[in-house]
Ligand binder design. Structure first.
Ligand code: HEC
Ligand code: HEC
Length: 201
């Protein structure tokens, strides 16, 4: 009986240490520079241009239909988000979008994770002002529970984000390289993660 008790205590101590180890914040992947609201906002404005470019915005629409093409028109064939972002009823994204781009002009692009953000966290970029989008990206309640370090990691390593730089025939690339985007996101955050003023367009 006594032995069992000791084992119980020991294992809860181990579990406790494991939990506290796991909840340690991820190592910061950005430097902390002196606060600089002008420099921080300047970096965000170049990030904003990428977020509002067709390759990103087409999957971050204000409505429940994805957008298509460099002119971001509403997706044809009445395709809808659905609860999980991967389609409604029988019209699932994966019916047409494979895990790789399908070769040829006007063919469906592809990625294993192809879909919109889910209905409970829609992560809208379309129509957001720079200030609104900056605040949204920094808010864990709206950004998928991400810390600032997670946000940088998402820009640098997420495979859907990466698709934008090899989008298939007939689609333009975002206005800067992925490495440049990551560097600007880091700079925005390192200098204090300031949101542009409401007047900034
Ligand atoms: C094929 C659709 C698709 C494309 C293209 C796409 N995204 Fe997303 N994005 C998603 C989905 C789905 C999520 C939610 C899943 C998640 O949280 O990982 C998401 C989440 C995000 C998030 C985190 C949530 C937030 O709003 O803070 C950021 C940042 C983001 N995307 C940036 C980009 C950028 C930058 C590009 C273009 C270079 C891009 N996305 C292109 C589908 C897409
Ligand atoms: C019935 C087939 C079909 C279904 C279902 C479908 N798509 Fe598409 N999608 C296409 C085709 C074809 C294209 C390419 C159109 C073109 O380039 O002219 C496309 C293009 C897109 C683009 C444009 C990429 C860009 O940047 O130009 C996005 C975003 C997209 N689909 C998202 C989705 C999402 C999200 C779903 C599920 C909710 C979905 N699609 C379901 C056929 C489909």
């Amino acid at each position: 009986m006594k032995k069992l008790f000791v084992i119980c205590i020991m294992s809860s101590v181990i579990v406790f240490f494991e939990l506290s180890f796991k909840s340690e914040p991820p190592k910061a992947n950005y430097p902390v520079l002196p606060k600089d609201s002008v420099g921080s906002v300047k970096a965000f404005m170049s990030v904003y241009k990428v977020l509002m470019s067709a390759r990103c915005m087409n999957c971050h629409p204000s409505g429940d239909s994805p957008l298509q093409g460099d002119d971001s028109h509403i997706h044809t064939m009445n395709v809808k988000r659905g609860a999980d972002g991967r389609g409604l009823y029988a019209v699932r994204c994966s019916n047409c979008h494979q895990s790789e781009n399908t070769e040829g002009l006007h063919m469906p692009p592809g990625n294993p994770k192809w879909g919109l953000p889910p209905a409970h966290m829609r992560m809208v970029f379309q129509g957001r002002t720079p200030r609104q989008l900056a605040l949204q990206l920094l808010d864990p309640k709206q950004n998928g529970g991400r810390t600032k370090a997670d946000l940088i990691n998402h820009m640098a390593n997420d495979e859907l984000v990466g698709w934008a730089w090899h989008p298939g025939k007939g689609r333009t690339l975002p206005p800067m390289s992925r490495a440049a985007l990551t560097a600007q996101v880091k700079l925005w955050i390192a200098k204090g993660a300031y949101a542009p003023s409401a007047k900034t367009k």
